[in-house]
Write a protein that binds this ligand. Structure first.
Ligand code: E4P
Length: 217
């Protein structure tokens, strides 16, 4: 499973990228707002840092305007994936930009039927939002599972990019289901390394090692 980092904070991206834990980056208008950076500048900086796809989201609502914004964002770098919302205008935009050879990430997906439409519109990535479905007492992971089945039934190339990941359990379940990619905040990716028995075991090893009086270096 590929790991995309869900942030516009360049330092956090750099740390994970240096570790080989960053196969791409996703941003959205809220993350750009949180970073306090200019969208064009920060997207250019991120796209130069990572080799994988960097999603930059349009903010227009009409297809014609979304297409114009998407073309401008796509010019930032070759690894830009233009992010469009899963609306009818977003699907039209996906169809046009995909035909031009631009990677498109269709976002704000909350159902398998929406994902089916995105695949037919030529999306490179579909972003189902797990956490936001869980927030309204639905099961976001069920939607990932349904999309996996539908895409496999018909051999769609669109990659399932599990988004709105809020816990390490979401990450594990997405990997079990077979999501192609997950995009998660840096802190969730780092938390995946934690285990109480690792901490306990390391503590015991350190105590025993101290008793030997030895040094390796
Ligand atoms: C990424 O593409 C999404 O915009 C992001 O994962 C949404 O996450 P949130 O629901 O935690 O805001």
């Amino acid at each position: 499973m590929k790991f995309f980092v869900d942030t516009a904070e360049v330092d956090a991206i750099a740390e994970l990228n240096d570790l080989g834990m960053c196969d791409g980056v996703t941003t959205n208008p809220s993350l750009i707002m949180k970073s306090g950076r200019d969208i064009l500048e920060v997207t250019k900086e991120i796209a130069a840092m990572v080799s994988g796809p960097v999603s930059a989201e349009v903010v227009a609502l009409k297809a014609e305007d979304m297409i114009a914004e998407g073309r401008k964002l796509a010019k930032i770098a070759d690894n830009i994936a233009v992010k469009v919302p899963l609306t009818w205008d977003g699907l039209k935009t996906c169809n046009v930009l995909s035909a031009e050879g631009t990677m498109v990430n269709v976002t704000l997906c909350f159902s398998a039927n929406q994902a089916l439409l995105a695949a037919k519109a030529g999306a490179t990535f579909i972003s189902p939002f797990i956490g936001r479905l869980d927030d309204i007492n639905l099961d976001g992971l069920d939607v990932i599972d349904e999309i996996r089945t539908i895409y496999d039934n018909y051999g769609f190339d669109t990659q399932i990019l599990a988004a709105s990941i809020r816990s390490v359990n979401h990450a594990k379940e997405c990997a079990m289901i077979g999501a192609d990619v997950m995009t998660a905040p840096p802190e969730i990716i780092k938390k995946m390394a934690n285990h109480v028995l690792t901490d306990k075991g390391l503590d015991a090893f350190m105590k025993d090692w101290a008793k030997t009086g030895q040094k390796i270096l």
